[in-house]
Design a protein around this ligand. Structure first.
Ligand code: OSB
Ligand code: MG
Length: 379
């Protein structure tokens, strides 16, 4: 049973070690919204809202999510008894369109609360089955094919199990060719276009078939399910959808019309763990592999992703790099590390998310802070 008494929102600033460029924008520093959820029984849960600073990946931003949580979502849960976190999507859906990342942040924090109440790991509560999950790296667009090949080589030598490179028109075929040439034929490689192409680029994208990529992620626009199905017919490389998949129904549609053969599940994008599990189950029944994507999360959001990635049908390496790939210092202890086989360990022996938040460090980088409490009954 959950009955939240307070949700504390904090905005922190974390500079990235290297700028992260994708087809729709570049980030040097992350503005991250953390949630601390205080339950009536004294249990504290943590989560992270993955909305970015700008509306380039999705319509949501940290500022719209903050507003949505304060004005519409938190009032639905604060001081109200909730039997289980699975009930939250329905509670949030009625009369509140979209805002999946804001909804997810509260829902995922509630999963942490319940895991800690039951003294089980978040992984176990979600139905996870593995102690270690394979790790991939997502490399931003670089200045030249050679620069990208060098960066990819360094990543592969560190142990990563999958190398994903960001592409856009003008930085695609030659860039991928350079990386494939550098890494050799057997390394798991893929490209992510973040919607930079249209169906008119089909013949150009088909040139990527020569490089034996395990998939090409989100080549077309988020709403282009039909066009993705058409493109898939013209490509040998499997299409993986990211931005397009925002619900269980959208995943079913992708499968039904052949708009893709793989799904990148990001719990923030779809509205939380309940819906992520729903997509995972639908895909498992249809033989569609899934993997856990990333949004350059801090150690808190990473904990949630690692727990989700321990579910059985997460059969491909996720974008789950260790803390040191992103930050000079992460906000959790222990920090997330990768072993020399490219695996991240799932803290299944600890309750909840399995890492503790370094409060002194968080306080020192907090630029905004708001406490949400049950509204006084209106007279
Ligand atoms: O498309 O997967 C993406 C980061 C921000 C926005 C979109 C994407 C990404 C990544 C980062 O690829 C993966 C990571 O967190 O390491
Ligand atoms: Mg992507």
């Amino acid at each position: 049973m959950i009955e939240l008494q307070r949700i504390t929102l904090r905005e922190i600033r974390l500079p990235l070690k290297e700028p992260f460029r994708i087809s729709s924008g570049v980030e040097h520093e992350r503005r991250i919204c953390l949630l601390e959820l205080a339950n009536g029984d004294g249990t504290i849960g943590w989560s992270e809202c993955v909305a970015g600073e700008n509306p380039n990946y999705s319509a949501e931003t940290i500022d719209t999510a903050w507003l949505a949580m304060r004005e519409w979502l938190a009032p639905r849960v604060l001081g109200k008894p909730i039997a289980k976190p699975d009930d939250l999507p329905a509670l949030f859906e009625r009369g509140i369109c979209g805002h999946n990342m804001a909804k997810a942040a509260i829902e995922m924090g509630c999963w942490d609360v319940v895991a800690r109440q039951q003294r089980v790991s978040l992984s176990a509560l979600l139905g996870g089955a593995r102690d270690r999950v394979p790790t991939g790296i997502s490399i931003g667009i670089q200045s030249s094919p050679d620069a990208l090949a060098l960066r990819a080589r360094a990543a592969f030598d560190q142990g990563y199990r999958k190398v994903k490179v960001k592409i856009e028109p003008g930085a695609d075929v030659e860039y991928v060719r350079a990386v494939r040439h550098e890494l050799g034929p057997s390394v798991h490689m893929m490209a992510d276009a973040n919607s930079a192409y249209t169906l008119a680029d089909a013949a150009h994208l088909a040139e990527l078939d020569a490089f034996n990529l395990i998939m090409i992620e989100q080549p077309l626009s988020r709403d282009d399910l039909i066009r993705h199905a058409e493109l898939q017919k013209r490509l040998a490389t499997p299409i993986c959808l990211d931005e397009s998949i925002i619900s269980v129904e959208r995943a079913e549609d992708m499968i039904a019309i052949g708009a893709g053969r793989i799904i990148n599940i990001k719990p923030g994008r779809v509205g939380g763990f309940t819906i992520s599990k729903g997509i995972h189950d639908v895909c498992q029944k249809s033989g569609i592999p899934v993997w856990c994507g990333g949004m350059l999360e801090s150690g808190v959001g990473r904990a949630h992703n690692v727990a989700l990635a321990s579910l059985p049908n997460f059969s491909l390496p996720g974008d789950l790099s260790p803390s040191s790939r992103y930050w000079a210092r992460d906000i959790v202890s222990p920090e997330w590390t990768m072993d020399d086989e490219g695996m991240v360990h799932v803290p299944r022996d600890k309750p909840g998310i399995g890492v503790s938040v370094d409060m002194d460090f968080v306080d020192s980088i907090t630029v905004r802070h708001e406490e949400l409490q049950p509204r006084a009954p209106s007279r």
